[in-house]
Design a protein around this ligand. Sequence first.
Ligand code: NAP
Length: 286
Amino acid sequence: MGATRIDGNACGAAVEASLAERIATLPTPPHLAVVIVGNDPASHVYVGAKERACARLGIRSTRIDIDADADFSEVVSTVERLNADPEVTGILVQSPLPSGMDEIAITDLIDPVKDVDGFHAQNLGRLVQGDASGILPCTPAGVMRMLEWAGVDLSGKRAVVIGRSRIVGMPQSLLLAQKGADATVTIAHSRTEDMAALCREADVIIAAVGRSNMVVADWVKPGATVIDVGVNRVDDDSEKGYHLSGDVHPDVAEVAGALSPVPGGVGPMTIAMLMSNTVRATEMQQ
Ligand code: NAP
């Protein structure tokens, strides 16, 4: 393997260590409320990881489970109750909501200062205005922290972000292009023509698609930095019946200069940045 491994577990641990000092100076510890609607197994795994991170850092966490067939108004009233509760400093509604429930409507109902996912229009809007000092979406912010931690210089470099979602690709592109980061960014998506040629010109590739092993070695310029955001469940003959795979083919490690693995890359960074947002939200409220 030629590429340096960008270790999200180590970078996430460094983020958590710096948070512990800030938490110690707060008059009351942060309190994260996580709302989970329905029984999506992956969502329950993610929420469990978030609860364990809170426990590690001494952040209070409360989990509210709502039945998948509950009325949408129950989700609305739960968020309104948490908004009004002065003891709750962060609110997260786990995505995806059951089909038919309007995720954006719920996101915009969360008090922006308690919006630890950073998806509220007010928080995303600040980013569009060029202000990255507010609460930022956890996954793209985690990618930026990893790049900084790995010493990747973005200024003037060509970055290709594959994916333009509200929660990863689009905010990722804005963060890479913001003043201070200064990358020249191309946003690619399902209608992009000749993705291979586009990627071959990139100094940095961020893959956030949801297609196992889509980015292959032949697409990558030698020495480029590749960040794999994808998490794909691939069925196999193992005891578990599946394994997790990224959007980046393992052979890319032979060509890239630096590569974040799946698992152990962006995943732990997303959790670390959620903790960071929860601490920041608490500081803003106290
Ligand atoms: P999403 O909302 O489904 O967006 C996927 C994006 O990929 C869309 O913009 C789509 O284009 C684009 N796309 C789909 N097929 C494509 C193709 N063949 N060529 C080029 N672009 C294509 O997904 P997401 O929420 O952004 O998540 C992306 C991946 O990241 C998923 O695997 C998800 O599990 C993972 N993820 C990981 C973390 C973590 O913490 N590790 C966090 C969040 C997400 P269109 O816009 O044209 O449809």
